[in-house]
Design a protein around this ligand. Structure first.
Ligand code: UT7
Length: 315
């Protein structure tokens, strides 16, 4: 059993308003805001993803009041590490100057919740586990494609977990569909391959993803509530993956709950993929919006199509 003892986040310095994107592609603030809730995003210029992941990790360690040397495992959820190999987790371990098992997982935007479930499985062996959700979608989107480039931002969020009984429910899942949202691997130069060259940009069937998200998130929430014998009214905060404020609102209205229970920060950061949930969690803790004893449900969804759902009673 696990509990979270510290969270942290790190964003790039450069912010990009909708109006700046409107100078690059055929879009506008009105369309982006009304369809997604996004106003701004942060995009790497000087920084790389290791910088962001390290920054989030150090902040989480500071808030957890433990030193890097006390971390016994690092799990990074990412789809855009600085290298194909080594892993982003190894890059962070090197920066922190520690030796421990360190590896990446790819569950797209559900990655942070998958990381929590993996930590839960390992916690009897390793006392303190660092989980980082970090992504740099600015590498993977086609900046000429208005359908995708307005939706994403770069960022990292992290948490330190240790043994405790905060976690009441955790379930990762994948309802396989690899055509709805994907980025192909970049082509190499194999003289033997017949593969068509691909730039590796993100491709998305937006409306299909939208429908999947609203339906599956509501479904996963109801499964968790049934398992715990709770109703939506018993949950104090629904911390959902931040892909579109209309998705959050669609789930909220299905559950018939008030907006205050569904925090969002998408206006400021856009969709930072695996980082949205830990970034939002960190902001809420910093602002003292999550109190000891509160019941927090976190739900991720993303390419795969993956979902991850967890319920914690905050300690
Ligand atoms: O982490 C998970 C990743 N992704 C998601 O969760 C995304 C889920 N999907 C969505 O959030 C929404 O489907 C979008 C925000 C992507 C799109 O919103 P929509 O209300 O479903 O719009 P649409 O795709 O139906 O497009 C409506 C119109 C189209 O023009 P026509 O065919 O009606 O003339 C698009 O070409 O809006 C056009 N459009 C744009 N216009 C201005 C698409 N992108 C833009 C844009 N600016 N950036």
């Amino acid at each position: 059993m696990i509990k979270i003892i510290g969270t942290g986040r790190k964003l790039p310095m450069r912010s990009v308003l909708n109006s700046e994107l409107a100078e690059m592609v055929d879009t506008g603030d009105e369309w982006i805001t009304s369809r997604t809730g996004i106003k701004n995003r942060y995009v790497c210029t000087e920084e790389n993803l290791t910088d962001l992941a390290e920054g989030a990790a150090r902040a989480a360690l500071e808030n957890a009041l433990i030193s890097a040397q006390e971390i016994e495992m690092i799990i990074c959820a990412t789809i855009a590490g600085d290298f194909s190999f080594p892993s982003l987790a190894c890059c962070v371990a090197e920066r922190l100057g520690i030796k421990c098992p360190a590896f990446d997982i790819n569950a797209a935007c559900s990655g942070f919740i998958y990381g929590l479930e993996i930590a839960e499985a390992f916690i009897s062996k390793y006392t303190n586990i660092l989980i980082i959700g970090a992504d740099m979608m600015s590498r993977l989107i086609d900046w000429n494609d208005r359908a995708t480039c307005v939706l994403f931002g770069d960022g990292a969020g992290a948490c330190v977990v240790t043994r405790g009984d905060a976690l009441k429910y955790i379930q990762s899942n994948a309802a396989p569909d690899t055509g709805m949202l994907y980025a192909k691997s970049r082509s190499g130069n194999s003289p033997f391959s017949n593969e068509k060259p691909d730039a590796g940009f993100a491709v998305m069937q937006g409306q299909d993803v939208y429908k999947f998200a609203v339906m599956s998130v509501a479904e996963e929430i109801n499964l968790a509530l049934a398992e715990l014998n709770l109703s939506a009214a018993n949950i104090d905060h629904f911390v959902l993956h931040q892909a579109n404020s209309r998705i959050v609102d669609g789930v909220r209205s299905r559950l018939k709950q008030p907006p205050e229970k569904f925090p969002t920060n998408i206006a400021e950061y856009a969709n930072t993929t695996a980082a949205t949930i830990p970034i939002l969690l960190d902001e809420m803790i910093e602002e003292n919006r999550i109190k000891s004893g509160d019941t927090v449900m976190m739900v991720g969804f993303g390419a795969g199509m993956t979902t991850g759902t967890c319920v914690m009673v905050w300690q």
